[in-house]
Design a protein around this ligand. Sequence first.
Ligand SMILES: Nc1ncnc2c1ncn2[C@@H]1O[C@H](COP(=O)(O)OP(=O)(O)OP(=O)(O)O)[C@@H](O)[C@H]1O
Length: 259
Amino acid sequence: MSTSQESKILQVENLHFSYGKFKVLKGISLSVETGKIAALIGPNGAGKTTFYNVISGGVIPNMGKIIFDGLDITNFKADKVVKAGLCRSFQITNIFEDLTVIENIFIPLLIRDGKYLKFWDNLKNKKDLYDEAKEILNLVGLEDFIFSKVNELAYGDKRRVEIAITLATNPKMILLDEPTAGMNPSETERMVKLIKDLNEKTNTTILITEHDMNVVFGISDYIYVLHQGELLASGTPYEIRENERVREAYLGGADYVIS
Ligand SMILES: Nc1ncnc2c1ncn2[C@@H]1O[C@H](COP(=O)(O)OP(=O)(O)OP(=O)(O)O)[C@@H](O)[C@H]1O
């Protein structure tokens, strides 16, 4: 029988982080339930990116504890965090634009399996590598673009490559940074569907940061609201929408639709 502890894949306790004397995270405690889609929202400068940096091993916190899947990862560097199964989406800037879509997936698969140094040998020999990459690309809806150069893809499809690279690390949980930023309405709709499908088909826990409130309310099982480095509120989309403090501090009293 699973306990409530086991159902929380990520537990963050009293997390503090400062840039010099400037306190950015001021004692954040939150936990993310296994298999859910959660959102971390807050106005510009609230500390969302810094929170991601800390939990993904980009920087070490000044104080606090990060437990992932039962493992204390507080002082882990980024590569060890990825190995533990927590992977932040790789930004478009990290994609090799001149390589094909599938070659971009081979790289993280080979790194994951410790075979990156024999990159070209492995490419020639490994049918299973190809099959696994193809399966991931099917999952993100890029099956028609396997041999396209990344620089020929539309913006929305490039962001799918980003997610495919993340999936190639075999994550238990992924962190997506504004997955619909810069997208037109139809690209946004496709991205929302992709995130929901991934969560359902692979049972991967997903945490997103996002400024589009329609996306946030439409996709999330649970929402955390950061404000000036502190957790202002957390709850279901309904609870967050109804929360007066959130409305005043962040949503500005606007009437957002929960789809
Ligand atoms: N490298 C840095 N050095 C000093 N201050 C920083 C640095 N990076 C961020 N900050 C400051 O930390 C605070 C939190 O920034 P952060 O980027 O985490 O916020 P955010 O919630 O992600 O904002 P946005 O929604 O605009 O991306 C801001 O006041 C920012 O100016």
